[in-house]
Design a protein around this ligand. Structure first.
Ligand code: ZN
Length: 622
C-alpha cells in the first residue's frame, strides 16, 4: 500500500486537453504469445506499431512546448554523487549501490512492457527522431521519461497519449491489446466448462502475462515471460551481495535473486519475509509489487455468473502486479523519528472498531519495520510521475504469500519526495478563513503519512480480496481514517502538541479536495473524493458566503471514526455489494468540490513532472 502526493499547486490554462479515449486500436492481431513477442521484436527493430504504421507524435508542437515549460513541468531531484549520504558510505556499499541501480533499471524496463507493449518500441523511435534533430521528439521524450511510458494522466487527470492515434488499453501490457472484456469473460467461462481450472487459476493471479493460445488464453509467469531480463537483475543482485557490508541485507539480496530465476511464488515469499525484517542496514533495495493499476482483471467482479463459477472452483481473481524498484541509503535520524510510532501500534489496534470480530493485520509480535530513505533511484511503477508520485510504501500488500508464512511488513518513506512537497507552498492555505490560515504546519503531511502507513497494519487481516475493484479504494480509505481517528489519543500519548493536532486536522480536511474531478479508476483519488463528500455531509468542511473555507476542527475526529466504522464493517463482512453501495454513495463530485478545484487551479500551474536521478545515472555508467 502506498500513499502518494498530488501536486495541487498548478493549473492548466491554454493547454489542449488530450482525450484520445475514443480511439481504440482493434487492428492488432496477436493470436498467440509467440506471435505477439515476434511482432514486438519486429516493431522494436523497425520503429513501427503493429498496424505497420510508423509511430507519430501524439501532442502538437504548441502543447509540447507548453507542457514542458518551466511553470508546468516539475521535477524532484534525488541524491547526487556529491551528496554527503553517498560520500559517507563505506566502499563496499558504494560498490553495491552501482549493481543495485543497474538491477533497478532493468526492472524499469520490464515494467514498461507490463504497462504497454508500445512503450519500448516507441522510446526507440523517439531516440531515432532525436538523433535526426526532431525538436518535438526531444520534448516528447522529456514527458515520456517523467511518466515512464507513452500513456498517462496529468495532474488534472487529463489523459495524455504521446503516440498519435493510440490510447492505453484497459488490459495494459498484461492482456492482449485486442481482447475485449466480453471476449475475456466468455473465454474464461468456456475454459472452466472444459475443465481447464488450473490454466484459469494461473491466468487470474498477480504474476502472469496473459496471451492468446489458439481460441483460448493462457497465463505466463512474469519470471518466464521476461526470463532474460530477470536473470540479469538476479546477476546484479548477486554482485551487490558480494560487496555490501551488511550480512542481513546480502542474505535478502540472494533470496531475491533466487526468486527472479525460478517462477515460484514461494521464493518471493521467502525474499519478502527477509526484506520485511530489515531495520538496521546502510542500504535500501526493494522490488515493489502492487496491483492497483490492473482494472481489466477486476471486471470479473461485475460479472456475477462468472464470479460464482470461479468461486465454485476456489478461484478468486486477483489483479496483476506492476513492478517498481527503489534504491536508496537509509537515513538514520529520519528512521528513528518514524520508529517512534511503532510502539504505539498495539495501543491503536485496541481502539479499532469491532475488534472482537477479527484478527488484526498486526500480529502479537508487531512485525513491522520502518525506515526513512534518501533515494538514489525509483524505477518502474514506483518512479512513474503520473499526476502523482509515491511518498511511502508499506509492503507486502495483503494479497502476498509472505504474510501467510509469518512474514511482516516494512514501511519505507521517501525522503526526497517529502522534502519536495514541503518546498512547495500549500495551495489550500489562502482559501481558508483568515483565523485558520495560520494553522498550517509543514510537518502535518509527514505525520499524516506515518499514521496512514501504520493504518494499513490495523483492521481485519482477511476478507479484503472479496471486495474486488473496491478493495484498494476501501483499504486506502481505512488507512486515512485510522490516521485521523486516533489523533486525540496520540496527543494524549505525547505524540502531538495541541497546535500540531489542530494543524493536522485542518490540513487533512482540505487535502481531500482535488484540482479536478478524477475518473473512477484511480483508487487513491476516488477515496479522496469520497472523504471530501463524507466530511461535507457531516458539516466538517463549510464554505462561507464570501467563498472562504472553514473547517469545524472538533468534528474531524468523530467523523473519521464514524467513517472508519463503516469501512471496517464492510471489510469484516467481505461484502462486495455493500462495498459498491458505499463507494457509489460517497464518490460524488459536489458543487463545493468544483468550486475549490477551480480556486486551486487559479494559482497553480504544474501538469507533468519527472524524477531526476544524477547519482543513479552516474553509477549506471560505471
Ligand atoms: Zn496507503
Amino acid at each position: 500500500m502506498r500513499i502518494s502526493k498530488i501536486d495541487n499547486n498548478f493549473e492548466s490554462k491554454n493547454v489542449n486537453r488530450t482525450t484520445n479515449a475514443t480511439l481504440n486500436n482493434t487492428n492488432y492481431i496477436d493470436k498467440s504469445g509467440l506471435l505477439m513477442a515476434h511482432l514486438n521484436n519486429i516493431s522494436a527493430i523497425n520503429n513501427i506499431s503493429f498496424t505497420g504504421k510508423k509511430y507519430e507524435l501524439g501532442l502538437s508542437h504548441d502543447e509540447l512546448v507548453e507542457r514542458t515549460s518551466k511553470e508546468r513541468f516539475g521535477s524532484i531531484e534525488l541524491l547526487s554523487y556529491y551528496s554527503p549520504e553517498f560520500q559517507k558510505l563505506e566502499d563496499g556499499d558504494r560498490l553495491a549501490l552501482k549493481h543495485l541501480v543497474k538491477a533497478a533499471n532493468i526492472i524499469g524496463k520490464i515494467n514498461m512492457q507490463l504497462d504497454d507493449v508500445n512503450n519500448i518500441p516507441f522510446k526507440k523511435y523517439l531516440e531515432k527522431e532525436i538523433a535526426k534533430g526532431n525538436e518535438d521528439a526531444v520534448l516528447t521524450k522529456k514527458l515520456f521519461d517523467g511518466q515512464k511510458g507513452a500513456f498517462s494522466q496529468d495532474m488534472e487527470f487529463n489523459h495524455i497519449s504521446l503516440i498519435k492515434g493510440m490510447t492505453q488499453s484497459k488490459g495494459k501490457g498484461v492482456y492482449p491489446r485486442d481482447l475485449s472484456v466480453e471476449e475475456f469473460h466468455s473465454i474464461l467461462e468456456s475454459m472452466i466448462h472444459d475443465g481447464e481450472i488450473e490454466e484459469v487459476r494461473k491466468m487470474l493471479n498477480q504474476r502472469t502475462v496473459v496471451v492468446r493460445d489458439g481460441d483460448k488464453l493462457k497465463g505466463i509467469d512474469y519470471i518466464d515471460y521476461f526470463k532474460k531480463d530477470f536473470s540479469k537483475v538476479a546477476d546484479e543482485l548477486e554482485k551487490a551481495a558480494k560487496y555490501s557490508t551488511n550480512q542481513d541485507f546480502n542474505e535478502f539480496l540472494l533470496y531475491q535473486a533466487e526468486a527472479l530465476r525460478t517462477a515460484d511464488p514461494m521464493l518471493d515469499a521467502y525474499a519478502d519475509k527477509k526484506w520485511a525484517e530489515l531495520q538496521d542496514t546502510p542500504l535500501e533495495f526493494t522490488i515493489t509489487r502492487e496491483n492497483y493499476d490492473d482494472k481489466f482483471t477486476e471486471t470479473i467482479f461485475d460479472n456475477d455468473k462468472l464470479l460464482s463459477l470461479l468461486a465454485n472452483h476456489g478461484i478468486t481473481p486477483i489483479a496483476k502486479d506492476f513492478l517498481g524498484a527503489r534504491v536508496g541509503i537509509i537515513n538514520k535520524e529520519g528512521t528513528d523519528f518514524i520508529l517512534g510510532s511503532k510502539d504505539l501500534l498495539p495501543e491503536l489496534a485496541k481502539l479499532m472498531p469491532y475488534t472482537d470480530e477479527y484478527e488484526q493485520v498486526i500480529n502479537k509480535d508487531n512485525k513491522q519495520t520502518m525506515v526513512d530513505v534518501d533515494l538514489v533511484t525509483v524505477t518502474g511503477n514506483v518512479g512513474e510521475y503520473r499526476g502523482k508520485i509515491t511518498l511511502a510504501e508499506n509492503l507486502p500488500n495483503s494479497d502476498k504469500l509472505s504474510l501467510k508464512i509469518g512474514g511482516g511488513r516494512r514501511n519505507v518513506y521517501h525522503r526526497q519526495m517529502r522534502l519536495h512537497k514541503n518546498d512547495v507552498n500549500n495551495p489550500y492555505q489562502e482559501l481558508l478563513i483568515p483565523e485558520q490560515q495560520s494553522m498550517f504546519d509543514p510537518n502535518s503531511y509527514h505525520y499524516f503519512t506515518i499514521f496512514h502507513e501504520n493504518g494499513h497494519s490495523l483492521g481485519p487481516k482477511e476478507g479484503n480480496e472479496k471486495l474486488g475493484q473496491y478493495r484498494n479504494i476501501i483499504e486506502e480509505n481505512k488507512a486515512d481514517m485510522a490516521a485521523i481517528a486516533f489523533t486525540d489519543k496520540l496527543m494524549e500519548m505525547g505524540v502531538y502538541t495541541k497546535e500540531e493536532r489542530d494543524a493536522l486536522l485542518v490540513n487533512f480536511a482540505l487535502q481531500n479536495y482535488l484540482k479536478a474531478k478524477p475518473d473512477a479508476h484511480v483508487a487513491h483519488r476516488v477515496r479522496q473524493v469520497m472523504q471530501a463528500k463524507y466530511f461535507e455531509d457531516n458539516d466538517v468542511v463549510n464554505i462561507t458566503k464570501d467563498g472562504q473555507i472553514y473547517v469545524d476542527i472538533e468534528k474531524v475526529i468523530p467523523t473519521a471514526y464514524k467513517m472508519l466504522e463503516e469501512i471496517i464493517r464492510i471489510q469484516i463482512d467481505g461484502d462486495y455489494k455493500a462495498a459498491e453501495r458505499y463507494v457509489n454513495k460517497n464518490f460524488v463530485w459536489t458543487d463545493n468540490m468544483e468550486y475549490i478545484a477551480q480556486e486551486l487551479r487559479k494559482n497553480s500551474k504544474m501538469l507533468n513532472a519527472t524524477v531526476k536521478t544524477p547519482l543513479a545515472d552516474y553509477l549506471a555508467k560505471q
